[in-house]
Design a protein around this ligand. Structure first.
Ligand code: NOJ
Ligand code: CA
Length: 550
């Protein structure tokens, strides 16, 4: 028997699952207030079964002032009235499970909301108190403490420190927030913080969830003494394995936290999982989060960010597989989520151009047709890869980014904090269309929608695509069905060719070909086409098309 744990390969539902991200605010609104909610999700679960996914991941629905759309959690053990009640969460979990869908919830351990009881207690308590030591409070620099304790910048722009006001009205200490001012960072050097989160894990595990997506998993531990960091703030930490790491990201101590959490999950029946949202490069460094006694999976953002060219896709796929193989973990794949420009729009921008943080009026606009064509090819390529795949709500409709949203409608704190230079993430978070001719395209019973839906979205509605041959929805559901039937998620990739124009690989009994080049390429003789991302021309595969062949 092989006793080296890194040489064993993980098994379990999650290693090959297709996992669908629900952004609760924008999925389905049951009561017409313009904000999606838990009963809305429960009522639409059959859609996900029909689509053919194995699990859902829900972005946060906990009580929150919504300074960062719920990633500012005021109470980890309840549901915000905006989204429903704990009973609604229980019902959603039960209804999902009765349909064979697993449920992953979001856990936000790097920071709480400033409205969290702990932070309010900290503000009311004295410097050096036990209450303050749950967060990262420091005296300011300068004669009157008027300058922040170090030069760190917030990921959303502006300084990562905010000065507090003491109960007597005098300026007080500063607190660290790597994100919005409403998101104070917790102090993970404090054992009480560890205890608290072990309790939160148990709370949701006891309610039957199948796992947690762990927000900013690479951020919890900060380098001692909080040294200055001259580089611009990037949530992505470094791209060379031995380059100095930024003092706020990917510190060694985070791994001990996940080892402890893993033990808690393993003490529950069923296969409960931890998924790291860790913006860590390169792949070898990210693989350290999914060593056998740590998390189960990590999002593969290097894949999401790779350029749409054959060499870039070949390189990232190969590197990703090698890195996770080295620790016996499955690879994951993802093209869209609630933090990035949707891939149907991103891939319609010039290849190699800058990656915008949001797109708005006055910005270069993506080529929508090209973007959708490439997005469909990219998705069909992704769904043929071994490992698990994450899908973001609406991508099964080919939904583009809202790239002309009026700036007054924007809600992402990035827009204000960056001094109106980064438009941020609202464009991918718009409530999704279900019925072309209904109010709010069937998102809810009224016209209300917390972000405006573009007038052109009727054509993307589910009811315009269901049972329509060639629609993006039918492409996704067929691909997910075939992926399951052919065991692609648990398969093995074997490259057949990797040139500058095309990539060809085998996974099980399937051959997958993507044409990235300018010219059509011939369909291999005697090939049976099981799926294609766009119509073929006679016996050739046009540009920006993926085919699954047997
Ligand atoms: C990552 C989440 O995906 C993002 O939406 C959020 O703003 C930050 N973490 C801070 O919690
Ligand atoms: Ca609602």
């Amino acid at each position: 028997m092989n006793t080296d744990p890194t040489q064993q390969t993980a098994t379990g539902w999650w290693t090959e699952a297709a996992i669908y991200q629900i952004y609760p605010r924008s999925f389905a609104d049951s009561n017409g207030d313009g904000i999606g909610d838990l009963p809305g999700i429960t009522a639409r679960l059959d859609h996900l079964v029909e689509l053919g996914v194995d699990a859902v991941w829900l972005s946060p629905f906990y009580p929150s002032p919504q300074a960062d759309a719920g990633y500012d959690v005021a109470d980890y053990r309840d549901v915000d009235p905006l989204f429903g009640t704990l009973a609604d969460a229980d019902k959603l979990i039960a209804e999902a499970r009765s349909r064979g869908l697993r449920v992953i919830v979001d856990l936000v351990p790097n920071h709480t909301s400033s409205a969290h009881r702990w932070f309010q207690e900290a503000l009311a308590a004295a410097p050096g108190s036990a209450q303050r030591s749950r967060y990262i409070f420091r005296d300011g620099l300068g004669p009157a403490g008027e300058q922040p304790p170090n030069d760190w910048q917030s990921v959303f722009g502006g300084p990562a420190w905010t000065r507090t006001v003491d109960p007597d009205g005098q300026p007080g200490q500063w607190y660290l927030h790597l994100f919005d001012t409403g998101q104070p960072d917790l102090n993970w050097d404090n054992p009480e913080v560890h205890e608290e989160f072990l309790g939160v894990l148990r709370f949701w595990l006891d309610r039957g969830v199948d796992g947690f997506r762990v927000d900013v998993a690479h951020g919890l531990i900060k380098q001692a003494n909080l040294p200055d960091w001259q580089e611009p703030q990037e949530i992505l930490s470094g791209n060379e394995i031995d380059k100095p790491r930024p003092p706020m990201w990917d510190q060694e101590g985070v791994h001990e936290v996940y080892r402890q959490w893993r033990q808690v999950l393993d003490s529950y029946p069923g296969e409960r999982v931890l998924v790291a949202e860790a913006w860590v490069e390169p792949a070898e460094r990210l693989a350290r989060y999914v060593r056998p006694d740590e998390m189960h999976q990590a999002f593969n953002f290097e894949y999401l960010l790779a350029a749409w060219t054959a060499p870039a896709q070949y390189a990232v796929i190969t590197r990703s597989l090698e890195a996770t193989d080295s620790v016996g973990a499955p690879t994951t794949w993802v093209l869209s989520n609630h933090d990035v420009v949707r891939h149907a729009s991103r891939l319609g921008l010039a290849i190699g151009g800058g990656r915008p943080n949001g797109i708005g009026i006055g910005d270069p606009q993506p080529d929508a047709a090209l973007g959708l064509r490439r997005a469909r090819a990219a998705t069909l390529l992704m769904l043929a890869l071994p490992g698990s795949a994450y899908l973001f709500q609406g991508e099964e409709l080919g939904l583009p980014e809202h790239t002309t949203m009026p700036d007054e409608a924007r809600q992402d704190p990035t827009w204000a904090r960056s001094g109106h230079t980064q438009r941020g993430r609202d464009g991918c978070r718009v409530p999704i269309p279900w019925e072309a001719d209904a109010p709010s395209y069937g998102f809810g019973p009224t016209d209300a929608s917390w972000l405006p839906q573009p007038p052109s979205w009727a054509e993307y509605a589910l009811d315009r695509q269901r049972d329509v041959p060639g629609s993006t929805y039918e492409l996704y559901s067929a691909a997910l069905r075939l992926r399951r039937a052919h065991g692609l998620g648990r398969g093995t990739l074997e490259w057949l060719s990797s040139g500058d124009e095309t990539l060809v690989f085998r996974n099980g009994d399937l051959t997958v070909l993507t044409n990235f080049g300018d010219a059509p390429v011939p369909l291999p003789p005697n090939a049976e086409v099981l799926a294609t991302s766009a119509p073929l021309n006679d016996d050739t595969i046009p540009t920006d098309v993926t085919v699954w062949l047997r």
